[in-house]
Structures are given as C-alpha cells and as structure tokens.
Design a binder for this molecule. Structure first.
Ligand code: RB5
Length: 149
C-alpha cells in the first residue's frame, strides 16, 4: 500500500541511527520521506533540528513530522514553539494513536535512549495509521491553538 502523505524527519546526534531506521521503514510503506538530518554523529543542539522539522510542517511542505532526540522531550519542546505545531512524545502505541485521533498532533517525538527500535517503529506505525476524529475534539484542538502568551 502506498501513502501520498509527506513525512519530514529530524533528530539530534543521540538519535541518528533510530531516525534513519524510521526513515527507511516509513519510506518502505510508500510515504514520501524527507530526512533533514543531521548525518554527522558530532554533538549538536536539538532545538534547531526540532524547529527545522516543525517549520516544514507548519508551512505545509510536509504533512506530518517525526523528531527524535535522546528522550524525545527536548526536541518536542522545540517543535511546539513553532506556530501551528502539535507535537507529543510517545513511548507507547496507545498514546501515539490518541495524539492523532484526539489531539490532531501533526508531529511525533521519540526518545532514542528510551525506546528500542522495534517499539519505536510500532509507535510510528500507530501514529501514521490513525486519523483525527474531529467533532468535540476539534473544538478542543482549536482551544489549544487559540492559547497565546
Ligand atoms: C543530548 O545529550 C540530549 O540532551 C538530547 O538528546 C535530548 O535527550 C534532550 O531532550
């Protein structure tokens, strides 16, 4: 089965291997994947990589984003600073489905020092396989997006 959705991926140095495994896994399913790196294992700063992926989603260059750092937490915080982004860290498949179904998350964050590759790929599949339910959840997402300051 192919999927026309465009997925952008980024990480910091702590998560290069997992990010590349996710990129290959997602591409093999027919998604259009843009992996914006980094490639070098040199220490880098997760905020700039989280922001870079988030901007691709916010501008519509990508439909969904997946970002990875050691815990997933820092890169999630950076992504959520970009207007229009709803990014959640997940360590289980239930949460990954629910952030799509109820929160209309457009980005997923993962911790490479938290998860094994097998579980991480299942979480990615759960996230990409779910759709937003809308309805009352739409009202709540609009409320989130209306929060300023
Ligand atoms: C890098 O050492 C580490 O701080 C980073 O990958 C991430 O876990 C931050 O949230």
């Amino acid at each position: 089965m192919t999927d026309s959705r465009r997925i952008v991926l980024s990480s910091d140095h702590a998560a290069i291997e997992l990010r590349q495994a996710i990129a290959a896994h997602v591409a093999a399913q027919g998604f259009e994947v843009t992996d914006i790196g980094p490639v070098s294992p040199e220490s880098t700063h997760y905020p700039k990589h989280g922001e870079a992926a988030a901007r691709r989603v916010a501008t519509g260059e990508a439909d969904l984003g997946i970002v990875v750092c050691g815990t997933g937490q820092g890169i999630m915080m950076a992504a959520n600073k970009v207007k229009g982004i709803r990014c959640g860290v997940c360590s289980d498949t239930f949460s990954a489905r629910m952030i799509r179904a109820h929160n209309d998350a457009n980005m997923l964050a993962l911790g490479a020092r938290v998860l094994g590759e097998g579980l991480a790929l299942e979480i990615v599949d759960a996230f990409l396989g779910e759709a937003f339910e809308g309805g009352r959840h739409g009202t709540r997402v609009e409320m989130i997006m209306g929060i300023e300051g």
